[in-house]
Design a protein around this ligand. Structure first.
Ligand code: GAL
Length: 677
């Protein structure tokens, strides 16, 4: 099996983070000491220049690269490398003042003033030109610099602009998609409330002042915003590709954030990079939180099915949660090893050094305002760096998963926006997390996939609340089951097509009725605190939020409702279809039932963890492999020591100790075990 490296010329785990020498130009002694401290912290990679445009181009057309030249040279001389940023995430004041067009327009059509960041127009030809100019200069200047190992394009692209240019671009995008207004009106069902469009110029993005009822319009706007952002990104990277064709390019994503369709965006980056700031609490609730965080990492790995970069995390507290609690001693090592366990080949921080002033001066950093290495956080960061240096064997290795969970952006956008059910919070993402958890706690690798992925490499696919099903998705699910796969879907399956238009002929749409052997006649939304119940294998589970009234039409009924007028109707069905099986869950549970049914699927398919011992609550194990060796990360997320045992003989990757038999894992401990396959 091939290892895949972020940059094959630099085969090390990246450890370091956002470094802002542009802010410290008046403090040469600080910049000098940074180099000493980076060595002590075992940091080898710095992301430089992310918001440095005002320093790089203080006046229009007048450039000053002196601080960056020095940073690149100093970091390299210090044995480090640079992930060089393009500065488009925040522009200089002179630019906003001189060219108001670059400032974003809100959905109420107010043009924003200069301020904050991440608020430029993605269409503005002037902004695109300015970005091309500065990126060209950066790429030309540093193309042969030995410190340069990757490009960090902009920062956390997000948001949308409603200026004339963007609205016109949206109309062009729609023309390309639909061809004719007749087709657009049909797909959007715009005859409703007399919203039929008779000229393209009548179409505007959703706004509280205008249209917000046409679901197809909403969905297309979200897709357009992704496409327009990608288009902007392509403009950004053109000079980088031209001058540095061998330097990999990325932009930092934000996990399951709904701002952009990262699955579409991932096709355009050389490697996925990702920022995460979990709200670790330091108590047993972190066990469930760890599961959610792992799912984010699994998403990032699955977006390109190869190792990803953790571009930002905090070595301790953040400043933007409601309560900015410190990471407890040991939690940083645990959460860093968790990244690697799920396919991350870096631990990079926001931020290297706390700023002296402004918005983020109290955000966690490797170097605190005290300005030296004598802090708990610095020591813990340094320990992570030291450990990463011992993990070379794991770098670039892959993750093999036989289970996948489907989570697509369009589905999330459409369901979140749907009028009906629980109107304001349908808990789509929370439901996905709940269905992911049974694999996590059993130490079973899971991919997070979407419609475009190859389904044939999985034994089990879990697709909770899969509301949108295009013809293509229906075909792929059908083929998957027909060819021997095990599919589990839940309430709200297959209600609309890709343009949010209901499937006719009953739910779930099209062939899915035959695949599952069911027809879903109605869905009941329960009030909070209302319950039904379902008995399965002699155990009774609460049914909350949603109960569908489903008819078995060929499927075997495995469980039924206990109450209400649909008492006795199916709550869980299974259908043999082709060589495979399709399970359907008609209700939402609190997690226990999800666990039991998932266990049944895993058992039927013979899927077990790569770690052979019993995993107590709080302990988990995820693996990577190079095809010859298995690397298992055994982690304890509990605040208590936990025990397990193994029948294999393992060698720890970092300390080369032999491990077999009984194992006690201290609170927050990670063992990195290896053995030949
Ligand atoms: C990220 C952002 C960083 C920094 C960080 C603070 O979202 O990319 O620049 O603001 O949050 O947690």
């Amino acid at each position: 099996m091939k290892k895949i490296f972020i940059n094959p010329t630099y085969k090390y785990f990246l450890h370091g983070g956002d470094y802002n020498p542009d802010q410290w130009q008046d403090y040469p002694e600080v910049l000098k000491d940074d180099m000493r401290l980076m060595q002590l912290a075992n940091c080898n990679s710095m992301s430089v220049g992310i918001f440095a445009w005002a320093a790089l181009e203080p006046e229009e057309g007048k450039y000053d690269f002196s601080f960056l030249d020095k940073a690149m040279d100093d970091i390299y001389a210090n044995g480090g490398r640079v992930i060089l940023a393009t500065p488009s995430g925040a522009r200089p004041a002179w630019m906003s003042q001189k060219y108001p067009e670059v400032n974003r327009v809100t959905e109420n059509r107010d043009r924003r003033w200069f301020g904050v960041r991440h608020n430029h127009c993605f269409t503005s030809p002037i902004y695109r030109e300015k970005v091309t100019q500065i990126n060209t200069l950066l790429a030309e200047r540093y193309k042969d610099h030995p410190a340069l190992i990757a490009w960090h394009v902009s920062n956390e692209y997000s948001g949308s602009c409603h200026c004339d240019l963007c609205r016109e671009a949206f109309r062009e995008w729609l023309k390309k998609k639909y061809g004719t207004l007749r087709e657009l009106n049909a797909q959007w069902w715009s005859a409703f409330w007399a919203h039929t469009y008779t000229d393209w110029s009548q179409i505007d993005p959703p706004s509280p002042l205008g249209e917000r009822c046409v679901h197809g319009l909403y969905l297309d706007w979200r897709r357009f915003v992704t496409d327009q952002t990608i288009d902007f990104y392509k403009n950004e990277i053109a000079p980088l590709r031209k001058f540095t064709p061998n330097i990999p390019i990325t932009t930092n994503f934000m996990g399951f954030s709904t701002v952009l369709d990262y699955r579409a965006f991932a096709k355009e980056v050389d490697f996925v990079s990702h920022d995460a700031y979990p709200t670790w609490k330091g108590d047993e609730s972190d066990i469930l939180r760890a599961s959610e965080v792992s799912m984010r990492y699994d998403l990032n790995r699955s977006l390109k099915h190869k190792p990803f970069v953790q571009m930002e995390c905090t070595p301790s507290n953040v400043n933007h949660h409601d309560y900015n609690k410190l990471k407890r001693p040991g939690a940083h090592m645990l959460s860093s090893m968790q990244i690697v366990a799920h396919g991350g080949d870096s631990v990079l921080y926001f931020q290297w050094r706390k700023n002296r002033g402004s918005w983020e001066k109290f955000h966690g950093a490797v170097v605190d305002h005290v300005g030296n290495e004598n802090t708990r956080v610095f020591r813990e960061v340094s320990e992570v760096g030291a450990r990463l240096k011992k993990l070379d064997a794991v770098l670039g290795t892959m993750t093999e998963s036989r289970v996948a969970l489907i989570s697509d952006w369009s589905n999330r956008w459409a369901l979140d926006n749907a009028q009906g059910f629980q109107k304001n919070d349908k808990k789509v993402h929370a439901t996905h997390s709940k269905h992911y958890h049974p694999m996590w706690k059993r130490g079973i690798n899971t991919d997070i996939i979407g419609e475009d992925d190859d389904f044939s490499c999985y034994d089990i696919i879990i697709a909770p609340m899969l509301y949108i099903t295009s013809d293509n998705m229906i075909d792929k699910l059908e083929q998957f089951v027909k060819n021997g796969g095990t599919l589990l879907c839940t309430y709200m399956l297959g209600m609309v097509n890709e343009n949010d238009r209901c499937h006719l002929g009953g739910f779930p749409g099209g062939k899915l009725k035959e695949v599952f052997g069911i027809w879903n006649e109605e869905i009941d939304t329960l009030y909070p605190n209302e319950k039904n119940s379902v008995t399965f294998n002699g155990v009774t589970y609460d049914a909350v939020d949603y109960c569908e009234i489903v008819h078995a039409q060929g499927a075997e009924v495995l469980a039924t409702y206990n109450d209400d007028f649909y008492k006795g109707m199916p709550a869980l069905t299974v259908n043999n279809y082709g060589k495979g099986k399709a399970y359907y869950v008609t209700f939402r549970d609190n997690g226990d039932f999800t666990d039991v049914i998932t266990e049944r699927l895993l058992t039927e398919c013979g899927i077990v963890s790569d770690f052979d011992g019993v995993l107590p609550c709080g302990m988990t194990a995820h693996s990577r492999t190079d095809g010859e060796n298995l690397y298992v990360f055994l982690q304890n997320f509990s605040i208590n020591p936990l025990e397990t045992s193994t029948a294999h003989t393992w060698v720890t990757v970092d300390w080369k100790e032999t491990i077999s038999g009984e194992i006690t894992l201290d609170s927050y401990e990670t063992l990195i075990l290896s053995r030949k396959i």
